[in-house]
Write a protein that binds this ligand. Structure first.
Ligand SMILES: *Cc1c(COP(=O)(O)O)cnc(C)c1O
Length: 222
């Protein structure tokens, strides 16, 4: 397992398709040492954490952190002063809380709206059809700045199917090019090249950077 080698290869591959693509290291379950190595490559724009507790445990001021996992409303207050972008804004209740906590520290929090791309019932996220209305509502919250979309496509899809879904999200994304939209966060270790080909400009990579892991984020054996 060679983190620097992995990142260099990923960077070269992505660079050929779109050199402006940001690589976000998905750092769940990874150690401070692994994260430090990844950052030292110079090709990582931020570290994306899934869980509030883990982010707080690993937090270091001079590292850029994003929040990429499902966010419980009552935990927003712990991370609001620590994150660059919240990628997983997926419901109004969460927006209300982010706005409230950001207001308290006079911050305007950059957020991406999470799209439930495969319309999976078990997943969070807004379905594409509901996006315009959701955005309209969010316009009322002055301490939230919506800068784009985030999506996770269902596991195990063929490349053709995942491209179809990524394309449909990109098509929606560019409809908002007259707003503050600038980030399209989609693509993980199994499908990041497809995502970048479809117009993603942020990919969130865990296994492709750090290697496979045999425990999940809760410590359960996979
Ligand atoms: C874990 C995770 C990733 C990275 O997953 P890999 O398949 O390991 O690249 C990306 N996005 C989110 C929201 C994640 O939880």
């Amino acid at each position: 397992m060679d983190i620097l080698e992995n990142i260099t290869k990923i960077h070269a591959e992505i660079n050929e398709i779109n050199p402006l693509t940001e690589i976000i290291a998905a750092t769940k379950t990874r150690t401070a040492e692994e994260i430090k190595i990844a950052i030292s490559s110079g090709f990582i724009s931020s570290c994306g954490e899934n869980r509030v507790q883990e982010l707080l445990a690993k937090y270091e001021k001079n590292v850029v952190w994003d929040f990429i996992g499902r966010l419980q409303t009552n935990k927003v207050k712990y991370i609001i002063d620590k994150v660059r972008i919240i990628h997983s804004l997926d419901r109004l209740e969460l927006a209300v809380e982010i706005d409230k906590q950001a207001n308290k520290i006079s911050k305007v929090q950059d957020c991406l709206i999470e799209i439930n791309a495969g319309k999976e019932e078990s997943k969070g996220g807004i379905i594409l059809e509901d996006l315009p209305e959701f955005l309209d509502t969010l316009g009322n919250y002055k301490h939230i700045n919506i800068i784009g979309l985030m999506a996770v496509v269902p596991k195990g899809l063929s490349e053709i199917m995942s491209r179809k879904i990524f394309d449909s999200i990109y098509t929606e994304f560019i409809k908002f090019s007259d707003t503050n939209f600038r980030c399209l966060s989609m693509g993980m270790s199994d499908d990041y090249l497809s995502a970048v080909k479809s117009g993603a400009n942020m990919v969130r990579l865990g296994r492709a950077i750090f290697g496979e892991r045999d425990i999940d984020a809760t410590g359960e054996k996979l």
